[in-house]
Design a protein around this ligand. Structure first.
Ligand SMILES: [Fe+2]
Length: 207
């Protein structure tokens, strides 16, 4: 692993377009559809139905051009669409950093939650525009849209932290965020109607 980007980056400004979450200049982008979230929703039947009926986009991630290498500080903008599957709010896959390092999320739009799990303890942080959520080293993290409009946040993270998605499939996230009227119910991961993660789901990939 290199110690910085090669060739070294020069200082530069990145313009954020708040209306449609563009970055200029912009790096890689990715789109997660429902079919990319196999094994993550408790209600597998509802997940299968959602895939079969249009396979909707659940979230997108737009990255800055700063590469994910040691000593650099990449950023990304994630937008999670509003929705729920089997009563569970739409969410990101969630990941652990293979190299335990911290990260911050800054709420930009909508109403979200930041679910954190260290394998024992679980924390839930409400993230709205202007709120910074701190993710300490060693805590797996997942974002959830608990509102009725797109939820958007900025992430800033060490370039060598990495993304381990398999950890979440093995360990779960401690809690699930379920819709309850206009509110949120946080239920234990293995509660009735909230079965454990599918053992044959996707493993690590980018984001
Ligand atoms: Fe992260």
């Amino acid at each position: 692993m290199s110690t910085t980007a090669i060739p070294p980056l020069r200082p530069f400004a990145i313009r954020f377009g708040a209306d449609n979450a563009t970055l200029e200049p912009q790096g890689p982008t990715l789109t997660r559809r429902m079919s990319d979230l196999e094994g993550l929703f408790a209600d597998r039947h509802a997940w299968e139905q959602a895939v079969a009926s249009g396979d909707p986009v659940v979230y997108t991630v737009v990255s800055s051009p700063v590469p994910e290498v040691a000593r650099e500080l990449p950023q990304s903008i994630t937008t999670i669409q509003p929705g729920h599957t089997g009563g569970e709010f739409w969410m990101t896959k969630g990941h652990q950093h293979p190299d335990p390092q911290g990260e911050i999320y800054l709420g930009l739009a909508g109403r979200g939650g930041l679910l954190l799990f260290d394998g024992d303890r679980t924390e839930w942080l409400e993230i709205t525009p202007g709120v910074i959520g701190y993710i300490p080293p060693g805590w797996a993290h997942r974002s959830v849209n608990v509102g009725d409009e797109p939820y958007r946040f900025l992430a800033v993270y060490p370039g060598s932290a990495g993304h381990d998605y398999g950890w979440v499939l093995t360990h779960g996230m401690g809690l699930r965020a379920r819709r309850n009227g206009t509110g949120v119910d946080l239920v234990p991961f293995g509660a009735p109607g909230a079965t454990s993660a599918h053992p044959h789901g996707p493993t690590a990939s980018s984001h």
